[in-house]
Design a protein around this ligand. Structure first.
Ligand code: CMP
Length: 136
């Protein structure tokens, strides 16, 4: 069944000029861009988006990182796109993410307190609905 997910090209992806390369992979996979925008989220948006991580050691560095520059927010559609984009993105840690994935091919560990891992993708239909309402 067709579903939608929220994808973010995070500030590291935008700053490194990888937005086009990331979009090319998403489009080549065959998913549909329904909406896309450059955003500079405020702290309140990020606190909502990352509510489940509040209190974790990487939470404050994560919010600071996400405030460090613009992100690209994408409403992406397709059959099983939530699962499919996460597969395309690779696992959270870019050092060990599989080659062939966005994080595995384009990401690395920069020795910081937060994993700068280029992209975000919603992890479930419930998260997708919640996150799309925050960003769009
Ligand atoms: P994301 O999928 O956007 O959701 C939470 C983010 O927190 C994650 O990507 C990483 O950027 C970061 N993150 C998750 N786990 C860790 C960790 N153990 N150490 C540092 N950063 C993390």
């Amino acid at each position: 069944t067709t579903e939608e997910t929220l994808v973010l090209v995070k500030p590291d992806g935008v700053a490194r000029g990888l937005t086009g390369a990331i979009l090319a992979r998403i489009e080549a996979k065959g998913y549909a861009l329904v909406d896309i925008k450059l955003v500079e989220p405020d702290r309140e948006v990020l606190e909502q988006h990352y509510a489940e991580h509040a209190g974790k050691p990487f939470y404050e560095p994560l919010v600071e990182f996400m405030l460090s520059g613009p992100s690209v927010a994408i409403r992406l559609a397709g059959n099983r796109v939530i699962e499919g984009f996460r597969s395309l993105a690779g696992t959270t840690d870019p050092t060990t993410a599989a080659p062939g994935t966005i994080r595995g091919d384009l990401g690395r560990d920069w020795g910081l307190k937060v994993q700068q891992n280029l992209v975000h993708g919603s992890d479930s239909p419930e998260s997708a609905a919640r996150e799309l309402a925050i960003w769009f």
